[in-house]
Design a protein around this ligand. Structure first.
Ligand code: SAM
Length: 266
């Protein structure tokens, strides 16, 4: 069991893994090999960084907490294929940083800080980078939300957005007992593989906006949530799928949202 000489900062989502067997399982699921560049957000005490560095060609890690630097460099001694950038990942020039490397395969493998799970994924999508696989530790409820279908309580705009881009798999459950300090919630390892045949979309940002607006008020139907758009067009698209304006967003699948966004985009 790993011991850390660190003052954990709750506001930065600092719950470190302590069991190397869990780390090994995560890295195994990823399929990282010696031709790979791996991006990691939040190396923390480097437990996963070291395991990744043993398998990959290079690891590029972003850590926001400069106070971890002594501990981090001590634990990464001898690993000359790891570069840690001390900065907020959300402000980073990800594709610029990645362009400094030569690699055959690109991976993202991270026990991410949970308070920014969705912004991290959106940043990966918007970077335009082609990842062979994205493997993430997420809060269990969030993992359930990512991989559910229409009609379930967890189904939301992020579900539809992620399922547009990725095939999503729940890989395995990780108990809160595997972390120090112990968080309140259990976790899941989820993996994302980019879909080969995505539905044609006129504009990604507009699609994101339609999803946001459609799910804005969960109890309201589509007529209310999309009232600032041309409702005749909305009605026509819905009727093609045998729905009307009284339907709620949580009942509609990915293809219907793509059709709505494409029909409403000017
Ligand atoms: N990878 C380590 C592990 O598995 O034990 C630590 C994971 S801990 C859940 C999340 C890490 O992300 C912390 O080290 C935290 O300081 C870092 N972090 C939080 N916000 C960040 C951000 N915006 N950019 C980069 N790192 C961040």
């Amino acid at each position: 069991m790993e011991k850390y000489d660190v003052k954990f900062k709750k506001k930065l989502g600092q719950n470190f893994l302590k069991n190397n067997n869990v780390v090994k399982r995560i890295v195994d699921v990823s399929g990282v090999d010696e031709n790979s560049l791996v991006i990691e957000v939040g190396p923390g005490g480097a437990i996963m960084t070291r395991e990744l560095a043993m398998k990959a060609k290079n690891v590029l890690a972003y850590e926001i907490d400069q106070d971890l630097s002594d501990e981090l460099f001590k634990r990464l001694e001898g690993f000359d294929n790891v570069n840690v950038l001390f900065q907020d990942f959300l402000d980073s020039d990800l594709s610029g940083d990645v362009s400094n490397y030569e690699y055959d395969k690109l991976f993202f493998v991270s026990n991410v800080p949970y308070y920014i799970t969705t912004p991290i994924i959106l940043k990966l999508i918007k970077s335009g980078l082609k990842f062979n696989k994205i493997v993430m530790m997420v809060q269990k409820e969030v993992g359930d939300r990512f991989s559910t279908g229409p009609g379930s309580r967890e189904y939301g705009s992020i579900t539809v957005l992620l399922n547009y881009f990725y095939d999503i798999r729940k890989e395995f459950f990780v108990s809160k007992k595997e972390f120090v300090p112990e968080p309140k919630v259990d976790s899941l390892i989820v993996s994302f593989t980019e879909k080969e045949n995505k539905l044609p979309l006129k504009d990604f940002n507009f699609f994101e906006k339609i999803l946001h607006d459609s799910f804005q008020y969960k109890r309201k139907n589509i007529r209310n949530n999309l009232k600032s758009y041309d409702l005749k067009i909305v009605e026509k698209v819905l009727s093609d799928y045998n729905y009307d304006l009284t339907v709620r967003a949580e009942e509609l699948d990915l293809e219907i949202f793509v059709s709505l966004a494409n029909a409403l985009y000017k």
